[in-house]
Design a protein around this ligand. Structure first.
Ligand code: ZN
Length: 307
């Protein structure tokens, strides 16, 4: 059984013809209601400014609240668009990611699994800057809350989105309790994610060359992440982006549907021993790639939870 934090609210975050579009949540909803309708669906709460300020500057948060347009679009960066109803999506995406932490602590079960089906993505958002379609760093707010308020002492975030999660890395690079591992096309947007960026010994970057296929991906991921991280964790996160899929129009990595199953399986096998897993949607801009990649990821999460 997967616990899904999902809301129809995400249909109201209008970005026009941008690739991070309403179409994405339509495809995700179709998958969830077709294949996972019997699972547990929970409406996310709205995150408060106080909660978000655990990782973002309060002046930045105020600036976002004050600059939501009353009509048309506003651009927080050239790629990060707000329309009149966007704020509720921003707050729900953070809220659901944090609600999952509370749920995991309140539950009697060790192996709870959560998937936060939301938009916009968050892993590029910096402490005081909107970036790469995201305003607030959903996973970073959640992991910081889990670490400082809910007593999770060793947290692993695995980010297989095709872009490096610069925001997440920067927020945790000096925090020894939160490990961040990312595979991503490199060099590529946003420019960070070199293998030499190791933080406090808690950052593990796995750069992938343009054109990288399934075989090379599995080899590099094994060498740079699986073989390098040898710790026990009490909470596992996925920054689950599906834009490394071979069909994706924004990048040049050629993963197959099955690679999303593989990466989820190997991470769970090595690091998830009776611990909760919170997976948070990031990118994925080809609708078939998103549907099939996500379905492969979710099947493995479901199996873990049901064992
Ligand atoms: Zn991405």
């Amino acid at each position: 059984m997967i616990n899904f934090y999902y809301s129809d609210e995400y249909f109201n975050h209008d970005t026009g013809s941008h690739p991070e579009s309403i179409e994405r949540i339509k495809v995700v909803k179709e998958l969830l209601f077709k294949e996972y309708a019997s699972h547990n669906f929970i409406e996310p709460s709205y995150a408060t400014k106080e909660l978000i300020s655990n990782v973002h500057d309060i002046n930045y948060i105020d600036n976002i609240f004050e600059n939501i347009p009353t009509s048309g679009f506003n651009y927080f960066d050239p790629d990060t668009i707000a329309s009149p109803s966007s704020l509720k999506s921003y707050l729900s995406a953070v809220g659901g990611s944090v609600d999952a932490v509370d749920h995991s602590r309140d539950s009697q079960k060790d192996k709870n699994v959560y998937f936060c089906a939301h938009r916009p993505p968050g892993h590029h958002a910096e402490k005081n800057k909107a970036m790469g379609f995201g305003i607030f760093n959903n996973i970073a707010v959640s992991a910081q809350y889990a670490n400082t308020k809910k007593n999770y002492s060793k947290i692993l975030i695995v980010d297989f989105d095709v872009h490096h999660g610069n925001g997440t890395q920067h927020m945790f690079e000096s925090n020894p309790n939160v490990f961040y591992a990312s595979s991503h096309q490199f060099p590529f947007y946003p420019g960070t994610g070199d293998i030499s960026e190791t933080g406090n010994g808690n950052i593990f970057n796995c750069p992938l060359p343009s054109g990288c296929d399934s075989i090379l991906f599995r080899k590099l991921f094994t060498e740079n992440i699986l073989e390098k991280i040898n710790h026990n964790f009490d909470l596992l996160y996925f920054s689950a982006g599906f834009d490394a899929h071979k069909l994706d129009p924004l990048a040049s990595i050629n993963l197959e549907d099955d690679d999303f199953k593989w990466v989820t399986e190997v991470i769970i096998k090595k690091y998830a021993v009776n611990i909760p897993i919170i997976s948070v949607l990031e990118g994925g801009y080809d609708m078939n790639g998103l549907y099939n990649g996500l379905n492969n990821h979710l099947k493995v999460l479901q199996k873990y939870s049901d064992e």
